[in-house]
Each structure stands twice: as structure tokens, then as C-alpha cells.
Write a protein that binds this ligand. Structure first.
Ligand code: 4AD
Ligand code: MG
Length: 481
């Protein structure tokens, strides 16, 4: 008799056979009904114990969190809520769980409490569902790119370059902080450091991905990236996973098409393959919102929101159009925004992005052609507009409830223009010599984008805090586990 998962057992219609299963006790009711879960599904299998035939000391050890090995007969369930159950014949306690100290009791725990117990939180329905969805979405990402002719490339984690030019990097060094080697002028001598230069954790794999796009054609990365920005928000992590496709001979319009098609595909995948988990999270969100005043509740449920994204076109709007909308908006005129939009060139804050997607367009929005001076150095410069204003071929995709999900651009392929831009921003040509080589040898139009994976998981699960969609969140003042 091979051990089956709970998911396998629950999907079987062949009853009256002996089965064996292992899992953790969720609840033990009336000295008779064990709800057993093994992580294979949100659903538990009910194991019915005829307590008169079992030793009392054994029954006492069936506590929430204990690991069990159960064998018995799979029968059609007498009770409501499940189709089959196991009539227990033998029961072995694999690992006890002290009811006095086990933190995950069968009751509602706050997400804050569960974050402190992140090593056990996937024993709850919510977190097991979220993490199964995270896994499923990861698979869908690779599936999409694989089926569309992309190569998966691994970009370095330790790097000497600042891809975003934002300077928000974690330093990587092997030097003794108490006694670093010094130059004559008293500064630290990084030539003596492990790599012989200053290095940091990558903020993005883009620049290296560009090198592979300019030889392999279509590539993507999917890996951890690090940002030392001190933003303590529900949407920022210091360590997050980013998906970055990069494609040769593709312009900004192609980039938008790719991003939209990609997101629809991966969200479509979970609608098809993760129904139980989505149903659970849909209900969870509904219950949570019941406690909110009517005005704060969302118009759509979780599954409805995902379907809406899959079935409808994203709205494409230029930065210039967006500024007009924002300038004339109610919150701007009534001075409700913290940052009032007065003129073209203003950087958009999340309050503006949220207004555009949640109040004005009520759907995902692709904003493009941003002012050159609020975007990164590598973005393709447009011809100045009729008022002489300079924009770059950048795009951000904004999602309801999330804000910025994607940031991307067509890349500057002209060597002279790129060099000028780098000089203006004081970015070292020496450091990025290899990046400039791409523009010297066989340069061509190319584009790509970065999607913050955790923000996608937030959208797909309806979770409100980014700390609750990654197993062990890294945020300012927190690197537990
Ligand atoms: O907009 P960003 O900074 O763009 C880049 O890094 C480009 N190099 C990408 C590219 O073109 N290949 O970051 C891309 C996305 C954001 O839209 C956001 O979803 C996510 O990464 N992101 C974060 N997610 C969680 N925590 C943070 N601190 C994040 N910073 C960015
Ligand atoms: Mg961005």
C-alpha cells in the first residue's frame, strides 16, 4: 500500500479500499474526527477514529500540529463537507505537538502574529494557498517563456554595476569592517577586497540580459534582486524576485504587447489550475471586506478581478495625457493629493497612479513616454515634442490595488546618445564598457521590462501586504529566519 497525498485521496471515487496517508493534524473533534492536511491541497481529509478501540494515551497525543501516519479504509463520507473519509485502522504519531506551546491554534491569527511565526504559517489555510499559488505562478512564468521561444538566463547576483543608477545597493565586501586596508588619502582600498573592486548585490539583471538578447534574441531572467531603499511600505521588499524579459529587434509597442500577453497568460494559468486555493482566498477577501464600510469594499471579488485582467485590454495612455487627466482631477483641484500635479515633468507618486487605475480608468493602465529626466539612463530618447519636451520610450504598468507592477522600456541603441546621457548623469563609461560594446558591434532596437513577482502574487491572491506573499520577507530592520 503506497502512501497517497490528501489531494490524490480526495480526487478518488474508488472507495472501499485500504489507503495510507501522512500529514499534520489541523483539528481533532469529539475524540473522533481528525482533520488531516499534508499541504497537497487546501482541503483536509477527515479521518474517523473509533475511540473505543484506541488507547486513550494515544488519542491524547492527537493534537493540532502533530504529524500522523494513518491507514484505514477510504469510504464515502457520512457527514457533510467532504465526499470521502478514512475509517482509521492504524494510527501512528510520527511527531507530537505540545498543545500548550504550539503557536498555530485552530483559530483566527493576525497576519502580524503569523509573520513572527513565518516558519509555521504555511500550516494555515491562507498561507498554504498563497504559497501554492506563488509556486504555480512561477511555473507559469517559465512555461510562458519556454513556449514562446525565450531562453532562461541566470544573471549575476554580485555585480559591480548599478543597473538603475539609483544608488540603492547593498554592498558586498570581504573586508574587515574594523580594520579595512586604506589608500594614502584615507579612503578604503577596494583593490584589496575579494573581487578587487567595489561590488554590490544586483538591483536588476537587465544590463546583463541585454547582452544575451543581443546574441540569443529572446531571453528572460527570473531571480532575486535587492534594493536598499528604506521604504517601509506594504509594497516594498529589500529582497524581491523579478522577471525580466529582454528581446532584440522589439520596440516599445512590442514590449507592451509582450507584457500584456504574458500577464494574461500566467493569470489564466492559475484560474485553470488553482481553483481550490483561489476559491478559498476569494472567500477570505469577501469576509474581510464585509468588515469594511461599503465605500471601501471592492466592486469585484478576487477571481472576478483576475478574470477581468485576463479578458480585457490594458489601457495605454501617454504620460502627457495622464498629466492632463491628473491636473484636472477632483483630488488635484480640491488639493487632496499630498503632491499636487502642477506641471508636465512631475514624477508620479503612488497616489496619482492609484487615482488613474482605481478611480479614472478602473483597469490596468500602461503609461508610456515619460519625461526623460525622471527615468533611467538606458531608455531610448524620443524626438522632442512640439513644445521641445524630452521623453523616453519607457512604460510602467499600473494595477488596481497594487500600483506599479511593471517597469520597462525600449533601450537606447545609439552609442553617441547613450554616452551623452551617461556623461550627464556621471555614470562611468569604464565601468559599463561591455554595455557600450553592444552599441558598437551590431547594435539594434531592443526592449524589455521588469515585473516584480511579489506584486503579481499580491494581485493574484488578494493579499494586502507584500510581506505575506514571500516566504521570508526582508525589510528594513528585519531579516529573521
Ligand atoms: O521599475 P524597476 O526599478 O525597473 C527595473 O529594475 C528595470 N531594470 C526592469 C527592466 O526593464 N528590465 O523595477 C521593476 C519592477 C517594478 O515595477 C516593481 O514591480 C518591482 O520591480 N519592484 C519591487 N518590488 C518589490 N519591492 C521593491 N522594493 C521593488 N522595487 C521594484
Ligand atoms: Mg519603476
Amino acid at each position: 500500500m503506497t502512501t497517497k497525498t490528501v489531494a490524490e485521496l480526495l480526487s478518488q471515487d474508488v472507495t472501499l479500499q485500504d489507503v495510507t496517508v501522512k500529514g499534520w493534524v489541523r483539528t481533532f473533534r469529539a475524540n473522533r474526527f481528525i482533520a488531516l492536511n499534508d499541504g497537497s491541497t487546501i482541503n483536509n481529509i477527515q479521518c474517523v477514529v473509533d475511540f473505543e478501540n484506541f488507547d486513550e494515551t494515544l488519542l491524547k497525543r492527537i493534537t493540532t500540529g502533530a504529524a500522523l501516519h494513518v491507514t484505514g479504509e477510504l469510504v464515502e463520507s457520512q457527514g457533510k463537507g467532504q465526499s470521502v473519509e478514512i475509517v482509521v485502522k492504524t494510527l501512528e504519531i510520527l511527531g507530537d505537538s505540545d498543545a500548550e506551546t504550539y503557536p498555530i491554534q485552530p483559530k483566527k491569527h493576525s497576519f502580524e502574529f503569523l509573520r513572527e511565526n513565518a516558519h509555521l504559517r504555511t500550516r494555515t489555510n491562507t498561507f498554504s494557498a498563497v504559497m501554492r499559488l506563488r509556486s504555480s505562478l512561477s511555473f507559469a512564468v517559465h512555461k510562458y517563456f519556454n513556449e514562446n521561444g525565450f531562453y532562461y538566463m541566470h544573471t549575476p547576483i554580485v555585480t559591480g554595476s548599478d543597473a538603475e543608477g539609483a544608488g540603492e545597493m547593498f554592498r558586498v565586501t570581504g573586508l574587515d569592517p574594523k580594520n579595512p586596508p586604506l589608500n594614502e588619502d584615507g579612503t578604503i582600498n577596494y583593490k584589496k577586497d575579494f573581487f578587487g573592486k567595489e561590488t554590490n548585490l544586483t538591483v536588476s539583471g537587465q544590463l546583463e540580459a541585454e547582452t544575451y538578447a543581443m546574441s540569443l534574441g529572446k531571453v528572460y531572467t527570473f531571480g532575486p534582486t535587492f534594493r536598499a531603499e528604506n521604504s517601509n511600505t506594504t509594497r516594498h521588499l529589500a529582497e524581491f524576485w523579478m522577471i525580466e524579459p529582454e528581446v532584440a529587434f522589439m520596440d516599445l509597442a512590442g514590449n507592451m504587447d509582450l507584457a500584456e500577453d504574458f500577464m494574461k497568460s500566467v493569470l489564466g494559468y492559475i484560474l485553470e489550475h488553482n481553483k481550490d486555493d483561489l476559491d478559498f482566498l476569494n472567500k477570505r477577501l469577501e469576509d474581510e471586506e464585509k468588515r469594511l464600510p461599503q465605500a471601501q469594499r471592492s466592486d469585484m471579488g478576487l477571481i472576478e478581478k483576475i478574470k477581468f485582467v485576463v479578458d480585457n485590454n490594458f489601457k495605454r495612455v501617454s504620460y502627457t495625457e495622464a498629466i492632463d487627466i491628473l491636473r484636472n482631477s477632483k483630488p488635484n483641484k480640491k488639493k487632496k493629493f499630498n503632491y499636487l500635479i502642477e506641471q508636465w515633468g512631475a514624477d508620479l507618486q503612488s497616489e496619482h497612479e492609484r487615482f488613474l487605475v482605481e478611480k479614472h480608468f478602473k483597469c490596468p493602465v500602461i503609461l508610456f513616454d515619460y519625461p526623460a529626466n525622471i527615468k533611467a539612463f538606458y531608455m531610448r530618447l524620443n524626438e522632442p515634442d512640439d513644445q521641445g519636451r524630452e521623453t523616453v520610450r519607457a512604460m510602467d504598468i499600473l494595477f488596481p490595488g497594487i500600483g506599479e507592477m511593471v517597469g520597462g522600456s525600449q533601450r537606447e541603441e545609439r552609442l553617441d546618445v547613450l554616452k551623452e546621457k551617461m556623461a550627464a548623469l556621471d555614470i562611468s563609461e569604464e565601468e559599463l564598457w561591455w554595455y557600450l560594446d553592444l552599441r558598437k558591434y551590431g547594435t539594434a532596437v531592443h526592449s524589455g521590462f521588469g515585473l516584480g513577482f511579489e506584486r503579481l502574487v499580491m494581485f493574484a491572491t488578494g493579499m494586502g501586504n507584500i510581506r505575506d506573499v514571500i516566504p521570508y520577507p526582508r525589510t528594513p530592520q528585519n531579516a529573521e529566519f
